[in-house]
Design a protein around this ligand. Structure first.
Ligand SMILES: CC(C)(COP(=O)(O)OP(=O)(O)OC[C@H]1O[C@@H](n2cnc3c(N)ncnc32)[C@H](O)[C@@H]1OP(=O)(O)O)[C@@H](O)C(=O)NCCC(=O)NCCS
Length: 155
């Protein structure tokens, strides 16, 4: 498979949503439609600090990587959080996941970001095989406290 990685485009919405739904199923998660729509809109907004790169095989979008750029206290250059990585189950093991990470690292080198970092579950052995080929995990443990969300029905 000859995968090309590029920025997401407006015409990719249906393909991205199909993959996004697969990603949510993988995590047994639900994201409100309003959030999904907002996320896609921000991908296309050059002023937003989030971005989406897609892996394309011919005409078919087969995977995506989303990232968030933010400031930090330990570096003056931007830090890049790779938030989501997903490849269509039908093409896994063909190099799309690695191509998406390599692409983000190349973007970061070119733009002068301080680092690219990401989280995964300790139990995600498939993803960790890929990630371990870049660097061993840092050993940092993630804590998370979810806060009350605004009432969507009031929006
Ligand atoms: C993790 C994921 C993105 C990897 O995508 P992919 O396109 O299959 O990855 P690649 O084909 O680039 O494989 C990368 C490496 O991982 C290894 N690998 C990937 N899938 C594997 C599998 N099922 N069994 C064994 N090794 C595997 C390969 O050895 C490959 O190494 P190589 O490049 O030296 O050959 C994909 O499995 C996925 O979408 N999983 C579900 C969602 C997920 O876990 N996302 C990450 C959340 S943090």
């Amino acid at each position: 498979m000859a995968v090309v990685v590029r920025w997401i485009e407006p015409s990719d919405e249906a393909a991205w949503r199909r993959l996004w739904n697969g990603y949510l199923v993988f995590y047994a998660a639900t994201v409100p439609e309003a959030v999904t729509a907002h996320t896609f809109a921000r991908f296309l907004d050059p002023a937003a600090p989030i971005g989406c790169r897609v892996a394309v095989d011919g005409e078919r979008v087969v995977g995506f990587a989303t990232h968030v750029l933010h400031e930090g206290t330990w570096a003056s250059a931007p830090l890049c959080y790779l938030e989501d990585l997903f490849v269509d189950e039908a093409v896994r093991g063909s190099g799309a996941g690695r191509a998406l990470i390599d692409d983000l690292l190349a973007l970061g080198r070119a733009a002068g970001w301080d680092r690219v970092y990401w989280h995964t579950y300790e139990t995600n052995a498939t993803a960790r095989r890929l990630y371990d080929s870049y660097k061993p995990a840092t050993g940092m443990i993630v804590y998370q406290v979810d806060l009350p969300k605004p009432d969507a029905s009031a929006a």
